[in-house]
Design a protein around this ligand. Structure first.
Ligand code: 7PJ
Length: 289
């Protein structure tokens, strides 16, 4: 579809306001991962092209995603960061095309204020930042855009984060970092109902750190805002099961179930339909907190 045809397409209902309402229902939400990167570790660049990304986004919506997170920067350990132009080229056309076709709210997974602005202008209703708005200009941009924001914890940067990560008290340090970022966001004028936090599983953490955070997720729910978690297909599951990325669905579903029972509100996953089945079962037996 051309840019002109897209501009004429009706705007869907997937706005920041509808996302805000969904977050307040307390029902866990499923956020589908849409990587538009040539080197993302689990999709292996399969959805690099615009057409493939669009098709994948439509599939995530059809599987029942409550939110679709579109990202153009691979944060795989050691990955080369894209230039600003590369990131914009990957993300913005996909957001624009999906916003014209699905009613599911879209989130943009970026740390760059320019990409946040362009993606929201193209129809994204949320910002998901693995650097928790610490890049210059990111906090002001997010506040100005007026959309919900997910603040994630990462120790160091993707290039170096898995080189011997160390904490004295991983749960306490992650909690204190997120509490500090929440304070800064509130001071910048972002309303509390627009804020989410995420412990950042796999981002500068050993297996022991990741497990401690999952066990103690309630320390983060105590911050008073929804908690998002991304455990889907991650290497911690490979460490626990001995499975490669393509065979980590059972581990991912078990991790999702544990996270929901410990208070997670948004599950960022690759396998939306399977995760929804897990939630249906947990909900039926009253195990959704
Ligand atoms: C996460 C993310 C996560 C949030 C990625 C992958 C790696 N954003 N972006 N939380 N992970 N909020 O998809 O496995 O865990 S990229």
């Amino acid at each position: 579809m051309t840019g002109t045809a897209l501009a004429a397409a009706p705007r869907p209902t997937g706005t920041a306001a509808s996302l805000g309402r969904a977050l307040r229902t307390r029902r866990p939400l499923v956020c589908g991962v849409l990587n538009v990167t040539p080197d993302s570790f689990s999709d292996g660049g399969r959805f690099r092209s615009f057409d493939r990304a669009l098709e994948r986004g439509l599939t995530l919506a059809a599987e029942g995603a409550d939110l679709i997170d579109v990202g153009g920067e691979s944060t795989r350990p050691g990955a080369r960061p894209p230039t600003l132009a590369e990131e914009l080229d990957r993300v913005v056309p996909v957001v624009e095309a999906l916003a014209g076709r699905v009613a599911v709210p879209l989130s943009v997974d970026t740390s760059r204020p320019e990409v946040m602005g362009a993606a929201v202008a193209a129809g994204a209703g949320m910002v998901n930042d693995v650097r928790a708005l610490q890049r210059p200009g990111a906090l002001a941009a997010a506040a100005e855009l007026g959309v919900p924001v997910c603040l994630m914890h990462m120790q160091r940067s993707p290039e170096t984060m898995q080189e011997d990560p160390r904490y004295r008290d991983v749960v306490g340090e992650v909690r204190a970092f997120l509490a500090g970022r929440l304070r800064d966001c509130l001071e910048a004028g972002i309303p509390p109902e627009h804020l989410l936090v995420d412990p950042g599983f796999g981002f500068g953490k050993t297996l022991a750190h990741n497990l401690a955070l999952l066990r103690s997720l309630d320390a983060l729910t105590g911050l008073g805002v929804p908690v998002m978690v991304g455990l889907s297909r991650k290497s911690l599951l490979g460490q626990l099961t001995g499975r490669g990325v393509a065979d980590r669905l059972p581990g991912s579903l078990a991790a999702a179930a544990v996270a929901v029972q410990r208070g997670a509100t948004v599950l960022r996953v690759h396998d939306v339909a399977a995760t929804r089945d897990v939630l249906a079962v947990l909900d039926a037996v009253g195990s959704v907190t």
